[in-house]
Design a protein around this ligand. Structure first.
Ligand SMILES: NC(=O)C1=CN([C@@H]2O[C@H](COP(=O)(O)OP(=O)(O)OC[C@H]3O[C@@H](n4cnc5c(N)ncnc54)[C@H](OP(=O)(O)O)[C@@H]3O)[C@@H](O)[C@H]2O)C=CC1
Ligand SMILES: O=C(O)C1=N[C@H](C(=O)O)C[C@H](O)C1
Length: 255
């Protein structure tokens, strides 16, 4: 059965990639595309409609899944609407606060919701190996550096936060230090976190684990945004027809 996909943030960097990625597949189709201010634009031959029409489009076009890459506030609004309409929801949006995460969990009581800060399969692999590396190197200094394009709103990235949780769960650390300035020598057990913003960098994450004699660097570099879109569409197709609940991209990759 063809999975019917509604796309939010359709004119954004990721929304456009998602529409392209769906167009390359036979098992799904875009049934509507919305954004905050469409201004008569179309993407991949699909007319983009104002997101004020979201609720009525969900009723009229009967999507199986909505795929969202927008902003935390709008993502929560779309998730609530999907929960009310019985439509599955995939979001790659980052920058949620605790309230936002709770709202997604609430929606997941009624419909399947899949949230992932990064839909690249390589990042999923990195998340799986970083804990093991940290566990094998107790007492080593750990620094995380992420680099993104100059329009990125949130810092550190959602992926960086996911990696930091994994690192913290795998070793004994004193806390995170976000950047350094002035007289600020490294404290024992701190994790340095550095968010770089420059040009149109798609997304790079590097974990440096070092002592005075050796250094390990674990790096993921996304070459283009198509890799995120492909993962998000895989997730949407995988989520269609599942039970209500909160899912992760790792569930898709492991299946
Ligand atoms: N999970 C993953 O793999 C990835 C996640 N991301 C995340 O996805 C999100 C979007 O990134 P990106 O596509 O680069 O961003 P863009 O700024 O390029 O696009 C955002 C889109 O969302 C819309 N939008 C923004 N704010 C609102 C709002 N308040 N209400 C309704 N629509 C809104 C914009 O509409 P308009 O232009 O009409 O205002 C635009 O269409 C970010 O949180 C980013 O971190 C990004 C890449 C990969
Ligand atoms: O905003 C982006 O571009 C990206 N955001 C995600 C994040 O915050 O981790 C994923 C990816 O690195 C690109």
């Amino acid at each position: 059965m063809t999975v019917r996909i509604g796309v939010t943030g359709a004119t954004g960097r990721m929304g456009r990639e998602v529409i392209d990625a769906v167009g390359d597949r036979e098992d799904c189709e875009v049934v509507f595309a919305v954004t905050r201010d469409p201004d008569g634009r179309s993407v991949g031959g699909i007319e983009v409609e104002p997101d004020g029409e979201f609720d009525s489009l969900v009723v009229e076009r009967e999507p199986t899944v909505v795929v969202d890459f927008t902003a935390p506030g709008s993502a929560v609004d779309y998730a609530r609407s999907c929960a009310g309409a019985g439509v599955a929801f995939v979001t790659g949006t980052t920058g949620f606060d605790d309230e936002g995460f709770e709202a997604l969990a609430d929606a997941a009581e009624d419909v399947p919701v899949l949230r992932a800060p990064n839909f690249a399969r390589g990042v999923e692999a990195l998340v799986n190996v970083v804990g093991e590396a940290i566990g094998n190197l107790p007492g080593y200094d750990v620094e995380l550096v992420e680099t993104h394009h100059n329009d990125k709103v949130d810092a550190p990235s959602g992926t960086a936060k996911r990696l930091l949780s994994e690192i913290e769960a795998s070793g004994d650390f004193a806390g995170r230090t976000h950047g350094r300035e002035g007289d600020q020598p490294r404290e024992a057990g701190e994790i340095g976190v550095h968010a770089l913003r420059a040009g149109d960098v798609t997304g790079e994450h590097e974990i440096i684990i070092a002592n005075n004699h050796e250094e390990v660097r674990l790096t993921h570099r996304a070459e283009d945004r198509g890799v995120f879109a492909a993962g998000a569409v895989d997730a949407a197709v995988w989520l269609a027809g599942r039970d209500a609940g909160l899912y992760e991209f790792g569930d898709v990759v492991a299946d």
